[in-house]
Design a protein around this ligand. Structure first.
Ligand code: B16
Ligand code: MG
Length: 218
């Protein structure tokens, strides 16, 4: 039985993934690393630190701690500049309707994002009031694909992991949800999300009513 809905943020609820990509592209350019949208798929859902390490791997490079710190700060400054004007229009199609409908159920809604900017983003986009709890990059020590973020979300909601349903757009996030023993719906392209129970291209294709159908035999 599903008793709690857990939502990733970037790429699931809001269109900020493109701004993370653009910010990493600038860093990649500076480091002379060719960095494509396909390479970026590997960064989705990862913490800022793990994203930088993955980018360096793509370029076959290694750097010292001090330079890494400087690049992480620079990436975040670029990202914050890109989202400085973010508002309700960044909310992805169908999201507000689904959140409103799920909010009418007795189940808690929890945000679980790797981003340290998650609270800022949900405030600016008007999504904050939908959530009973928020877990962000500040509260976790082992980032996705480790299940810690989702287990923390379940703990805060007071619901067992097996009764949680996670919505994710990143392979690392789907892995984290499945490792936590949760059900998971992928939002986006089928191939990178193949470990999810079901995949929808976006929330306009999804309605709370089909949940019962989907999980009847699971
Ligand atoms: P920040 P999510 C993740 O958010 C993004 O998918 C990922 O691209 C980003 O590196 C990570 O947050 C950390 O974000 O640099 O803002 O702390 O998808 O888990 O909501
Ligand atoms: Mg995401």
């Amino acid at each position: 039985m599903i008793q709690c809905f857990i939502f990733d943020l970037d790429g699931v609820l809001v269109n900020t993934s493109i701004y993370h990509f653009r910010a990493w592209q600038k860093i990649a350019l500076q480091l002379n690393i060719p960095f494509t949208e396909a390479d970026n798929e590997r960064l989705k859902g990862l913490s800022r630190e793990d994203s930088l390490q993955t980018l360096l791997q793509v370029g076959g490079m290694s750097i010292g701690q001090e330079e890494a710190e400087a690049l992480l700060n620079q990436k975040n400054r670029i990202y914050l500049d890109l989202i400085a004007q973010i508002d309700e229009s960044a909310v992805l199609p169908g999201v507000r309707i689904v959140l409103s409908r799920l909010k009418q159920s007795a189940c808690p809604l929890v945000l679980a994002s790797s981003s340290k900017n998650a609270k800022f983003v949900i405030q600016k986009t008007g999504l904050e009031d939908f959530f009973n709890e928020v877990v962000d990059g500040h509260q976790i020590s082992k980032p996705k694909p480790n299940p810690e973020i989702f287990l923390t979300a379940a703990f805060l909601a007071g619901v067992q992991a097996k009764n949680c349903l996670v919505f994710e757009d990143a392979a690392a996030g789907v892995k984290a949800a499945k490792s936590a023993g949760m059900r998971c719906i992928g939002i986006g392209e089928k191939e990178p999300l193949k470990e999810a129970d079901f995949v929808f291209s976006d929330f306009t294709r999804f309605s709370p009513e089909i949940l019962f159908e989907l999980y009847r035999s699971v």
